[in-house]
Design a binder for this molecule. Structure first.
Ligand code: ZN
Length: 139
């Protein structure tokens, strides 16, 4: 069902200032960077074994990440779970009483379809369901 942790999302104020820790201290390969308009963020993906780290930098004050940084500061933001048939998975957990932030999946980074669960339903963890429809980052 849930196949693996696709990635862990980390909120940062500046990719430029943060990336050297990951690429030069931890020596993780940078898979790519891109801007995600729907979330008003710029993201960088780093490969870590079978999973990835996703660094998220806000591109606008209205970005959910800007609001997160203001309230909680930099740090862990979300855990993304890799699934197939994301619409069915959403239906399934809603039937089990989980509230979704996104009832309908939206386009995330890397062409994936993503949907977030409401952290009030998951004891404080922002989980993302993430489905890659044949488009994988070069892993
Ligand atoms: Zn993510």
């Amino acid at each position: 069902m849930v196949k693996k942790i696709d990635h862990i999302g980390i909120a940062v104020r500046s990719l430029e200032n943060t990336l050297p820790f990951y690429t030069e201290v931890l020596n993780l390969p940078l898979l790519g960077m891109e801007e995600v308009d729907s979330e008003k963020v710029r993201v960088a993906f780093l490969k870590i074994g079978e999973s990835k780290l996703e660094l998220l930098e806000p591109t606008s004050e209205e970005s959910p990440i800007a609001q997160f940084l203001e309230k909680r500061g930099e740090g862990l933001h979300h855990v993304a779970l890799s699934v197939d048939s994301i619409e069915d998975r959403i239906e399934e957990i809603k039937n089990k009483g989980i509230r979704m932030i996104n009832d309908i999946p939206k386009k995330g980074a890397g062409g994936a379809m993503v949907a977030f669960m409401h952290p009030k339903s998951t004891s404080g963890v922002l989980f993302e369901y993430c489905e890659k429809k044949g488009i994988e980052h070069n892993e």
